[in-house]
Design a protein. Structure first.
Lengths: 111, 114
């Protein structure tokens, strides 16, 4: 989506941390989401953050939100080969439930 | 398994034809969303239905239409198909009244137009 941008590709070694970045343009976004898509499968919600939060941690996942810069990131600690997938960030605007997705970041975890 | 089912899994057809994609939402979910995922356009929101009524419209072509039936399953109709309509079509559903509006995605229907 043109309103949400992500880098295309990230390569990381197993056991290292991965950081996936996302920028969005709509300051009225209420929720921001990270979805994971494994090969041949649909999208699965990994985590989300409400727009009035700066950080959310959920086990190996840490979401950081910089609302001033409209920047969202997802950090995956101790990245495993099973984390290899495409990661999408998405924003939900104030009105309605429509999600606008970024283009996805393909993460490749090397052993 | 998200609980959202989509049929068929794969569809191969010719230009100019018409196809129907079907989606059954999770039990209890009233909203159904349709998305198109293609290499050049990424993941695009097409349309949302809530309890049988159209709720939001995205980048859906006039050749495409959808509906949600009383049993809450939904169908996406694509007509006068063009090569560029080849894509993965996802359906998602969400429960009523949830603040985060978690959308549960089906496995998708891969459409190939030859």
């Amino acid at each position: 989506g043109e309103d949400v941008e992500q880098s295309l590709f990230l390569s990381v070694r197993e056991g290292d941390s991965s950081v996936i970045n996302c920028t969005y343009t709509d300051s009225s976004s209420t929720y921001l989401y990270w979805y994971k898509q494994e090969p041949g499968a649909g999208l699965q919600l990994l985590t989300y953050i409400f727009s009035n939060m700066d950080m959310k941690q959920d086990q190996r996942l840490t979401v950081l939100l910089n609302k001033k810069d409209k920047h969202l990131s997802l950090r995956i600690a101790d990245t495993q080969t099973g984390d290899s997938a495409i990661y999408f960030c998405a924003e939900r605007k104030a009105a309605g439930n429509k999600l606008t997705f970024g283009g996805g970041t393909r993460v490749l975890v090397k052993p | 398994d998200s609980g959202v089912t989509q049929t068929p899994k794969h569809l191969i057809t010719a230009t100019g034809q018409r196809v129907t994609l079907r989606c059954s939402p999770r039990s209890g979910d009233l909203s159904v969303y349709w998305y198109q995922q293609s290499l050049d356009q990424g993941l695009q929101f097409l349309i949302q239905y809530y309890n049988g009524e159209e709720r939001a419209k995205g980048n859906i072509l006039e050749r495409f239409s959808a509906q949600q039936f009383p049993d809450l399953h939904s169908e996406l109709n694509l007509s006068s198909l063009e090569l560029g309509d080849s894509a993965l079509y996802f359906c998602a559903s969400s429960a009523p009244g949830t603040g985060i509006n978690e959308q549960f995605f089906g496995p998708g229907t891969r459409l190939t137009v030859l």
